[in-house]
Design a protein around this ligand. Structure first.
Ligand code: PMV
Length: 314
């Protein structure tokens, strides 16, 4: 047992600006790491293999099934490191609200892999990290596109297409501010992804039209960002919300916050992530407007809001 060594790992939350759900079907999505929220993992020597986090404290072999993805990523990472028989204490602390469309499960896995690699003094490259995180995501979400793993473990915004090499993308829109708001209700990514797949089976033509349209809107959002057009970006966000509603992944609380944001001057507003709860985002063209929208959304029931600049030119 290495008595001196402590390993540390960190990963942040993520926001999907455009393309959730359609990304599972091969359409592009735009996402960025959300540094305001993060997860840290500490690994230290121990006489047995134990986990200590907000939801559970005890032997790793006894974790409740909701933490199976955590158990799996620890075991798989130890296997990859050829350290299956090592005993450790793995401590996880988080400021990412769980199950709110901010990628907390992927970020948890990424911070664990990083901490274990750090503990064993091995370099943790993206090539090592992403398959391990995606393995955990399969357990947590069923059929992940891989966007959460990529966005929570990197530092740059991404134009992401499932199965393609990662494409960093400059998120740089003058005077643009994104308000992120938490409905306070747990999102249901797994159920929402499964239900969209069921809808697709039942009505291929109409569902594939919504998915194609979401992909098209994501490409328009990319153009809007590259041409520094905040109004166009807001407009495509609003259109995307209509498509996501048609796919049944919004809900009353998200719709209410979207409505309130638009009524208070947001240029665009939509859900972000898996939906059916979780978070929504709204776009403003000044900090003052963003603060006003955030206050209105909180009065309408959001339990937390964050304001993020979308441009280095601001
Ligand atoms: O709810 P989150 O943060 O896990 O985001 C899910 C995004 C989806 O497109 C709905 C699913 C996926 O794996 O891409």
């Amino acid at each position: 047992m290495n008595k001196e060594k402590i390993g540390y790992g960190q990963a942040c939350g993520k926001i999907i600006l455009m393309g959730e759900h359609s990304v599972v079907y091969g359409e592009p999505a735009i996402a960025f790491p959300f540094q305001e929220t993060y997860i840290s993992t500490k690994v230290e020597p121990n006489i047995t293999l134990v986990l200590d986090c907000h939801y559970f404290s005890g032997e790793l072999s006894e974790v409740p099934h909701q933490l199976n993805s955590v158990k799996e990523v620890i075991n798989q990472t130890l296997k990859t490191l050829q350290q299956e028989n090592t005993t450790l204490k793995v401590t996880i602390t988080s400021t990412i609200p769980a199950e709110r469309g901010m990628g907390s499960s992927a970020a948890t896995a990424a911070s664990i892999v990083r901490a274990l690699y750090d503990y064993f003094d091995e370099p943790c490259t993206q090539e090592v990290l992403l398959p391990l995180v995606n393995g955990a995501e399969k357990i947590a979400h069923g059929n992940p596109s891989g966007i959460d793993a990529a966005a929570t473990s990197g530092k740059e915004s991404l134009f992401f297409i499932k199965g393609h090499p990662l494409e960093p993308f400059p998120m740089n829109v003058s005077n643009a501010f994104l308000i992120v708001a938490d409905t306070g209700i747990k999102g249901q990514t797994r159920a929402a992804v499964r239900d969209v797949a069921r809808l697709f089976e039942q009505n291929k033509q109409s569902v594939s039209q919504h998915i194609t349209e979401l992909g098209h809107l994501t490409k328009l959002a990319k153009q809007a960002i590259l041409t520094d057009d905040v109004h166009k970006l807001g407009n495509v966000m609003n259109q995307a919300q209509e498509q996501l509603k048609a796919l049944t992944v919004s809900n009353e609380q998200l719709d209410q916050l979207v409505f309130t944001a638009r009524k208070n001057g947001a240029l665009g507003a939509k859900l972000t992530g898996g939906g059916r709860g979780g978070c929504m985002i709204a776009l403003a063209d000044s900090k003052e407007q963003a603060v006003k929208i955030a206050a209105a959304i909180e009065s309408a029931g959001a339990v937390a809001t964050w304001i993020q600049s979308l441009g280095v030119k601001n």
